[in-house]
Design a protein around this ligand. Structure first.
Ligand code: NAG
Ligand code: NAG
Length: 656
């Protein structure tokens, strides 16, 4: 009971702060709402962003015409709260362009939003946002009070001012909201009823600011982005609806007989297929330990429609699906179902099972979502009785991320029976250890639970399917002008090296070329000059600093002519241009020529580089393709992001 009171108090204070910020006008609105028993649906315009509205769940009426591209939408299915509510409603297919009522529910922020084209709306990508929302059909839940008037955040909040004074390059300005932690509707209804301004003590401004600011750990290491979070109340993922029933006053629940069902952890939106070993040799006891791990994973992943979904396939002679992604859409049901799985017996045909999953499991009918990465976790007791390399390669090329958990491999005298030595390394994408686990003994299997859950949820790193790193011709265009200086030029080459290292280099995989420019241009090496990673890295090291002017436009033309003209037709053409200053010549026409020729262009600017020029050079959307750092020493920060964007873009494009 005590915790309930405390929770309510915190919410009352938060609510009060909201009222404080929103001022007298909305106070009136709120108290009006309390008095009025009948529910009327508030109306909003197409340009209203979800973050502007403080209510965690509400029904609104959208006007006609919100399909217009000027109302920006960020994300797919789950939208950043910086998006137009009504635009997102059209994108998600809940409304058409003629408008109507929708139910909007706030959920926790994501570490990335992927844009897509859907229902006539092109949504955009966004690296991360502190709060999201989903749009549902307007079916009011029984017993839930929806607000008849919405509470808007003030446009003069501290967050907005911080946004104005920050150089918010390649980020949208910070929307003026005081994000409320998402709690269940019932909690809010109680809070609103209590939070009439007259009965509340007035907290001092300093108390107010310490209460409302809870700064989370930043997801990445880029200090540039931390200001996204400052002076903003963080919407913790712990506060998502239904995740913590302990927060909900018991009386409220019982009067509404509303069982909290989790939407799932939005920070781990993946479509997961677990391949379990049902072969005869595994035995009953080990099969049971395997099921325990599965149940543990189902529990640890907060399964739900806005988070991870999980299905299970058992293999032996032939694979069979126990349940697909849609069968059990919450952790509890899934666990119960896992406990009922029985062992089928047979051989250990893992390769066959992987082919089966590639062909059958991730179909739309089985619940495959367009916005969630496909993940397969394969459990292998001992070793497979068939080959896995080819089947796994095909799976990865269709975009599936394969993890292997191998348990108790072959002993010395058993090695002769292993069909494919080193099979796990051959099956997974890159052999850096991220995609594979080896467990010495079945008794130690439970120790993989936490690391496994962490890795499968690391959607930023999941963008690795084999072809993302081996399909491109990458041309670096390096500014060798006098302003760079010898030391910084070495740093730029190090940056080029670090990017190159991430790719699989060979004649048939990714190839790398480089051009250096000042007023003039020179080809340092072409795509066909080196065909191994050590050779390329050496060649980069040997590039000598030129020194001179900065004619970026001419350099782009030169690269198209000398480098990309010799690219293979089946390769993605990536141009990565690094400059530290404004170009002496015009970049627009050369940049357009590059875009028209299908060269995906990244522009990285340092120090004196002109940001608007970088945006012109970069492929659309510029946010994902142009980057700026103040100092050469900070260039290294963009290596992971650029690799990730290259992979994300690759994975979002249709391919056969
Ligand atoms: C399943 O969804 C993913 C995107 O999340 C997509 O790449 C894949 O092609 C889909 N699979 C099938 C069989 O439709
Ligand atoms: C390149 O990678 C090395 C080693 O990881 C790191 O120390 C260095 O800062 C990186 N430099 C750049 C410019 O990316």
């Amino acid at each position: 009971m005590r915790t309930v009171v405390l929770t309510m108090k915190a919410s009352v204070i938060e609510m009060f702060l909201v009222l404080l910020v929103t001022g007298v006008h909305s106070n009136k609105e709120t108290s009006k709402k309390i008095k009025r028993p009948k529910f009327t649906v508030p109306q909003i315009n197409c340009d209203v962003k979800a973050g502007k509205i403080i209510n965690p769940e509400f029904i609104v009426k959208c006007p006609a015409g919100c399909q217009d591209p000027k109302f920006h939408v960020y994300g797919t299915d789950v939208y950043a709260s910086y998006s137009s509510v009504c635009g997102a409603a059209v994108h998600s297919g809940v409304l058409d362009n003629s408008g109507g009522k929708v139910l909007v529910r706030k959920v926790a922020g994501l570490s990335g939003y992927k844009g897509s084209y859907s229902n006539g709306v092109q949504s955009l990508s966004l690296p991360r946002w502190r709060e999201s929302f989903i749009v549902l059909e307007s079916k009011p839940k029984k017993g839930v009070t929806y607000p008849s008037a919405l509470t808007y955040s003030s446009s003069k909040s501290p967050a907005a001012q911080a946004g104005e004074t920050t150089k918010a390059y390649q980020r949208p300005p910070i929307p003026a909201t005081t994000a409320q932690p998402v709690t269940l509707m019932q909690l809010l209804a109680v809070t609103v009823a209590v939070a009439t301004p007259t009965i509340l003590p007035r907290p001092s401004p300093s108390a107010a600011s310490t209460t409302s600011i809870r700064r989370p750990e930043p997801v990445g290491h880029r200090s540039q982005e931390m200001d996204l979070w400052s002076t903003t109340t963080y919407t913790s993922s712990q506060n998502r609806p239904g995740a913590d029933p302990g927060r909900v006053p018991k009386e409220e629940l019982s009067t509404q007989s509303l069982e909290p069902v989790s939407l799932g952890d939005p920070n781990c939106k993946i479509d997961l297929s677990f391949l379990i070993d049902g072969s005869t040799s595994i035995g009953k006891r080990r099969f049971r330990i395997q099921k325990q791990l599965l149940a543990g994973v189902a529990q640890a992943l907060d399964i739900g429609p806005a988070g991870p979904l999980m299905g299970v396939v058992q293999y032996g002679d032939n694979p069979a699906t126990h349940f697909n992604l849609k069968t059990h859409m919450n952790s509890r049901d899934l666990k119960t179902a896992i406990e009922k799985i029985t062992q089928r017996g047979g051989l250990s045909n893992v390769g066959r099972a992987i082919s089966f999953v590639t062909k059958n499991f991730f179909s739309k009918a089985n619940g495959n979502r367009s916005s969630a990465p496909n993940v397969v976790v394969v459990m292998v007791d001992g070793w497979p009785t068939d080959k896995v390399e080819e089947a796994s390669r095909l799976a990865r090329e269709s975009g599936i991320n394969i993890f292997f958990i191998t348990i108790e491999g072959a002993a010395e005298n058993e090695k002769q029976y292993v069909v494919e030595p080193n099979f796990a390394n051959k099956a997974v994408c890159r052999t850096n250890g991220f995609y594979s686990f080896h467990v010495q003994s079945w008794f130690g299997l439970h120790k993989t639970l936490q690391p496994l859950v962490k890795r499968v949820c690391d959607t930023d790193r999941l963008a690795c399917s084999k072809t993302c790193l081996n399909s491109a011709d990458i041309g670096f265009i390096i500014d060798g002008s006098s302003s760079v200086g010898t030391g910084n030029f070495r740093t730029v080459l190090q940056f080029v090296t670090n990017l190159t290292k991430e790719f699989e280099i060979s004649d048939t995989d990714t190839r790398v070329g480089a051009v250096q420019y000042t007023y003039e241009q020179r080809l340092e090496f072409g795509f066909d000059q080196y065909s191994s990673k050590p050779d390329i890295l050496n060649a980069i090291k040997r590039v000598g600093y030129w020194s001179g002017g900065t004619s970026t436009g001419a350099a782009i033309n030169f690269a198209l002519e000398q480098l990309f003209k010799k690219s293979k037709p089946n390769k993605r053409k990536l141009m990565i241009l690094i400059t530290d200053g404004r170009s002496y010549d015009d970049v627009r026409i050369p940049a357009m020529a590059a875009h028209l020729k299908g060269v995906i262009t990244y522009a990285i600017g340092v120090a004196w580089a002109a940001q608007e020029e970088l945006e012109v050079i970069a492929t659309h959307p510029a946010r994902d393709h142009s980057f700026f750092v103040d100092e050469f020493d900070n260039l290294y920060q963009y290596v992971p992001r650029i690799i990730q964007n290259i992979c994300t873009e690759f994975n979002s494009q249709p391919r056969n």
